[in-house]
Every structure is written in C-alpha cells, then in structure tokens.
Design a protein around this ligand. Structure first.
Ligand code: DOR
Length: 460
C-alpha cells in the first residue's frame, strides 16, 4: 500500500511541531526521505538546477500537519500469535492510525528474550512493515521473573527498552539489578506495574461496579504499590524508569512526587484510560450485557481517576500517550467475561478518541501532539531523529483532519483485532495521510496528491 513519493510539497497546512515550538499555517517540503524546508510559503519553481526531483503536491488546507506519531507500547503478536495479529496487519493498522514508529512488546512466543528473536522480528518488519518497528526486549528470561536476560546482548541486537509487559517483576532484588543494568546500557525500563497478589485474577476495577455486578475487582492499590516500589528503586539506582499504562490517581501522585524529587522517571497513559470509565464494562441500555471489549489490564477505572490522568497529562506528570494496542480474536473475547482476554485494539481509534479531549478543551492540540511525537521520542532517546519536522530529519509526517467526523466500524479495521469498546462511536478527527521515511504509507481516499513538473526549491 505504500507509495513512493520522491518529493512532496505539503501546502497550507496547520503545522504543529512541538519539538521546535512551531504552530503556524505554512508549507512543508520533503525530498528523498528527508524534510527539506518547513514553514512560511515555499515556492518550488521549474528549473533543471537545484532539482528536488519530481515534486508532487498535497493541499493541506484545513488539515493539521505534524511529526509522525510514535507509539511506545503495542503488541504485534508475531512470532507466536499470528491468529491475533501479524507484523504486517498490525503495522498497516498503525499507519492508518498515523503512527510512523511503534515499539512492540516482548510477550510473543518465543518472547523477545534473546538476540536471535529480536533479529527475527527486525528482519520480518523490514519486509512486512511500512513503518519503523522498534522492539522491546524482555527484562527476565521467558518473562518468568526469575532470571535476568542477557540485557547487553539484547541492547546490541537493537532493542529500544526492556519490559516484561503483561507481567510484573515481583522480586525487588531482580528489578534492582535490571535497573542497574539498563542504566549502564542507557536504555529505559518500561514497567508494567501490577502486584499480582493484589490483582489476584480480578476482572474489572475494584469499586462500585465490581460490587454491583459481583465481579472480582482489581484494586487501584495493585498498581499503586508496584509504582511506589519501582519509583523507590529508580531513585536508588538512578535508572531511567518509564511507567506503562498509568491508570490510577494514586500513581499520578506518586509519579508527580518522584519527578519533583528529581527521579529519572517518565510515564504513559492510553487513550482508553483517558476517555472511558469502569461503567463501560456494561453495554448501553436496553442491552446492558457485559462487553468483554472493555476488559483490559490495567482495568478502566473511575471518573476521578480519569480526571487525575487528564490533569497529569496537562501538567507534564504524564509524558506520553501510548495505545497498548492489544489485538485478540473474537473467540478470545466472546467466551464470557471471566475467561475473556484482557486488551483493546487501539491503533485505529487513538486519534479519534484523543481529539474528543481536544474538542472538549481538556488538553490542547499541541499537548496532544507533543505526547504522541516529541515526548515519546525522548523516552527512547530518539529525539534527534524521530518526533520532529526539523529540516534534515527523516520525513515522518502525519496529516489529520481535526474536524472530520466518522463512525468506528471494527469490521473495517486493518488490524486482525476487532476488539474495541468504541465500535459505533462517532469521532471528530481522522488521519488523512501518513508518511513514513518519505513514503506515503496511508492516504485517505479523499486526499489527492497532485502531480507537478520537475521542480526546484527556491529560497524565499
Ligand atoms: O490488556 C492488556 N493486554 N494488558 C497487558 O498488559 C497485556 C495486553 C496483552 O498482551 O494482551
């Protein structure tokens, strides 16, 4: 589906690039995979010298033009769970969602606990993916929480971070050693914070809904105690700790305090934890049946938690928005709420539901874009090359219509995972084009890339 566009002039868009404090109506010229010029009016005239190739034209009037989105947290399921998702289907869905780089989690089969598996994923992605796939390596062998992986070997194989996501490293001593190693390697740990003894096979948030529906609850404390322990260890080891999918008010406060004390900690939140509450586990009346598509770990929490997460995002306690795209088959979900798998297919709805927060005035457009671009690039130490539209940077560009209305229909997802709690929702905000490394990897049917002649860049 990717289209080679050697040179492209994106005209008259609303350029928002938090990496350079840019917010203006202007043009952007890319050529041969790189940003050439950005801002103001760029005139490209026909001339044989200073050629930038056969430039095409995209009229971005009324559209937002920003750096390509970076997802710090997704599950591409390959190898091992190709019935749920493959690198090809997952990254196609990511491109439709505006993502040009995605960090894929290590809970595959085999898990990403050896260089050979990381190499395999990177090679497969180089063939099957239109966007950059950045693997995350396991903290412990087999994600069993017993013995550290050879983290140096994994770093040499190119992992961008370490995580046992889906599982918590229960041993404080092992986590301390993991942090010490990751610090030496200069890579962050992406921490799934969950005290499994406290969550104890719970299904939804422990509180009003779990009591009313007589379902086993997962207390907020299961997350909070794990966050508290690992913030303490991060201060001890001075490691770079990134807290995954923050879902509670308590975690936000703990992270806020640790940041004030100078800990090297960052955090992410998902679009679903920002926009849905525990109530969503029951469908709208008159149906009122359980909806396993809203079963996710950590669980959807209370309105108070959602408000704390939004506030945390606004004041910078939470650095990034990550989808935690977790595709599952219909069979994995339609087997009763107790047995249903945890997870939400998130790539294709991320922008739509985040734009709801922007339209409601909860977060600004710039804040939202920053948390999807520049901030996640910083978390993985790639802010020199990713998350920016500066001249010379790789041409990773997302173009979206902030006002386009559309209705979610999971049957149309490119992802194999149709498990979304947003099916049938109307969103205002849609990705129109995604350009990854200079290639148009997704273009909405309504966008026209017009052909022009041989062009040269003129200095204005
Ligand atoms: O809901 C979730 N699904 N949470 C996780 O931590 C793991 C993920 C998955 O792999 O399905």
């Amino acid at each position: 589906m990717s289209k080679e566009v050697t040179s492209l002039l994106i005209r008259g868009g609303h350029i928002v690039d938090p990496s350079q404090g840019m917010d203006q109506i202007g043009d952007l010229l890319m050529s041969e995979g790189k940003i050439v010029q950005i801002g103001g009016t760029i005139t490209v005239t026909q001339s044989p010298e200073r050629s930038v190739g056969k430039a095409k034209n995209l009229d971005a009037t009324g559209l937002v033009v920003c750096p390509g989105f970076i997802d710090l947290h997704c599950h591409l399921r390959e190898p091992g769970f190709e019935h749920k998702e493959t690198i090809a289907t997952g990254t196609k869905a990511a491109a439709i969602g505006g993502f040009t780089s995605v960090c894929c989690m290590a809970n595959t089969e085999p898990p990403l606990d050896k260089a050979a598996v990381v190499d395999w994923v990177r090679q497969k992605a180089s063939k099957d993916s239109p966007i950059a796939v950045l693997p995350v390596g396991c903290i412990t062998k087999g994600r069993r929480g017993e013995e550290l992986t050879d983290m140096t070997e994994l770093a040499e194989a190119g992992v961008v971070a370490f995580s046992d996501d889906g599982d918590f490293v229960a041993s404080s001593q092992l986590m301390r050693r993991a942090m010490e190693h990751s610090r030496e390697l200069g890579l962050p740990i992406i921490d799934h914070c969950e005290d499994k003894r406290l969550s104890d096979n719970g299904i939804i948030n422990e509180g009003e809904m779990s009591a009313k529906l007589r379902l086993k609850g997962i207390p907020a404390a299961a997350e909070d105690v794990a966050v508290a322990r690992d913030l303490t260890l991060a201060k001890l080891t001075r490691a770079r700790l990134h807290i995954a999918h923050v879902s509670t008010k308590g975690s936000v406060e703990l992270i806020r305090r640790a940041k004030q004390e100078g800990a090297s900690v960052t955090a992410e939140v998902t679009p679903h934890h920002l926009t849905l509450t525990e109530q969503r586990i029951v469908r709208e009346p008159p149906d009122k049946s359980f909806d396993a598509n809203a079963k996710v770990n950590p669980p959807l929490r209370t309105r108070e938690d959602v408000q704390a997460l939004i506030k945390g995002l606004r004041d910078g306690v939470i650095d990034a928005i990550a989808t935690d795209h977790a595709p599952h088959t219909l069979a994995d979900k339609n087997c009763g709420l107790k047995r249903a798998a945890f997870g939400i297919s998130g790539f294709e709805t991320a922008l739509g539901c985040l734009m709801d927060l922007v339209h409601q005035g909860e977060v600004s457009l710039t804040q939202m874009i920053s948390k999807l671009t520049y901030e996640p690039a910083k978390v993985i130490g790639r802010n020199g090359e990713l998350g920016s539209l500066k001249a010379g940077a790789p041409a990773n560009i997302t173009i979206f219509d902030p006002d386009r209305q559309w209705i979610v229909n999971s049957r149309n997802f490119a992802s194999k995972g149709k498990n979304t709690p947003y099916d049938g929702c109307q969103f205002k905000g849609k990705v129109m084009a995604t350009i990854a490394n200079g290639r148009a990897v997704y273009i909405d049917d309504s966008v026209v890339i017009a052909r022009s002649g041989l062009m040269k860049q003129s200095h204005v």
